[in-house]
Design a protein around this ligand. Structure first.
Ligand SMILES: Cc1ncc(COP(=O)(O)O)c(C=O)c1O
Length: 333
């Protein structure tokens, strides 16, 4: 019933789904590794935001919007993918970004520009999330006053509607694992604005309510803000699940590990750099320093602490981040 309800909600077809669940090596005395290739969701060079944008843009189209606005750090993957979604759907797209306009656009900014988005640089520091959100609200009002019908998307697309993408993503992982003959012990991923996390928690609650065994959902924090938002993850997951007429998210399901984020968002860590090298040389996977490298460092840290044995299967969701790899200092050399 809830899954049927999910299929009736507005959705724009933007992502290439299902993404592959790819087998990695067995860690020595540790678990079997699987990589969920959400870096290959297709939209605008791929990444986790494509799943959220399917529901966010479905909603925007249903309410007759003709313009998208969103916000993020200067090199936001979410903003780049929203720009690509706008291009696909024929919607004018405005991005509110931290920092100042550089002389030359690179990485996600270059791609966002290529997708035709308007880039608004605020001069704010990347970790000043509150100031960036206010700038988004002000711009939304200005564009509405100019006669546009904007659909304004908060940081990371982390609303209940956006998180539906990872409710569906959780079910996708469980069905793929079933086909491969295992139940994962854990699903590990990088978290910042919390929408991916909330969606996975909603999916977990739904899957459990259908009588299935469920994995741990392990969020590795990449920004300090996510830790302050911890109670909100339960509220967001509950609101997400309510959209399909269900309840059952447990506060005890929430696990956010802050040990791998280092000083803060966007500041490289030695652990992430080692994880990036390991992933590149072992599986040919390209992780980045801001997000997926820190998440994978978290997974490797839990493996080193002996959390899982040789019979366990652990899924790492590769959430993307490729464009920042081509910017100075985007990967360790
Ligand atoms: C590559 C990548 N991984 C992980 C995340 C974290 O996702 P969320 O904002 O849903 O917590 C982001 C968010 O921008 C991202 O770009």
């Amino acid at each position: 019933m809830p899954l049927r309800r999910l299929s009736t909600l507005p959705r724009s077809n933007l992502a290439t789904l299902p993404t592959h669940l790819e087998q990695g090596p067995q860690f020595e005395d540790g678990p079997r590794l699987w990589i969920k290739r959400d870096d290959l969701t297709g939209l605008g060079a791929g990444g986790n935001k494509a799943r959220k944008l399917e529901y966010l843009c479905g909603h925007a189209m249903a309410e007759g919007a003709n313009c998208l606005i969103t916000v993020g750090a200067g090199q936001s993957n979410h903003c780049r993918m929203t720009a690509a979604a706008g291009a696909r759907l024929g919607l004018e797209t405005h991005l509110v970004l931290s920092g100042d306009r550089p002389d030359t656009l690179v990485g996600n900014q270059l791609l966002s520009h290529l997708f035709g988005a308007h880039l608004h640089f605020t001069g704010a520091a990347a970790s000043h999330w509150g100031a960036l959100e206010i700038a988004r609200e002000v711009l939304t009002e200005e564009l509405a006053a100019d006669g546009l019908r904007p659909h304004s998307i908060p940081m990371g697309g982390s609303t209940a509607v956006g998180a539906l993408g990872y409710l569906a993503g959780f079910i996708e992982i469980m069905l793929q694992s079933q086909e491969s003959g295992f139940v994962p012990s854990a699903i590990v991923f990088t978290s910042s604005s919390g929408g991916t996390h909330a969606g996975l928690l909603a999916g977990k609650a739904l899957w459990r309510s259908l009588g299935n065994d469920v994995p741990d959902v392990v969020a590795i924090g990449a920004a300090k803000g996510v830790l302050m938002g911890m109670p909100d993850v339960v509220a967001l997951a509950t609101a997400t699940l309510a959209l399909v007429g269900e309840s059952g998210v447990l506060a005890s399901d929430v696990e956010i590990d802050a040990d791998y984020l280092g000083e803060d968002y966007g500041i490289p860590t030695e652990g992430a750099d080692q994880a990036i090298q390991w992933a590149a040389r072992t599986g040919g996977w390209v992780l980045d320093r801001v997000y997926s490298g820190k998440g994978f460092a978290g997974l490797m840290g839990h493996v080193a602490q002996g959390r899982w044995g040789v019979d366990d299967h652990v899924v790492f969701i590769h959430t993307g981040g490729l464009p920042s790899v081509f910017i100075d200092g985007g990967v360790p050399l």
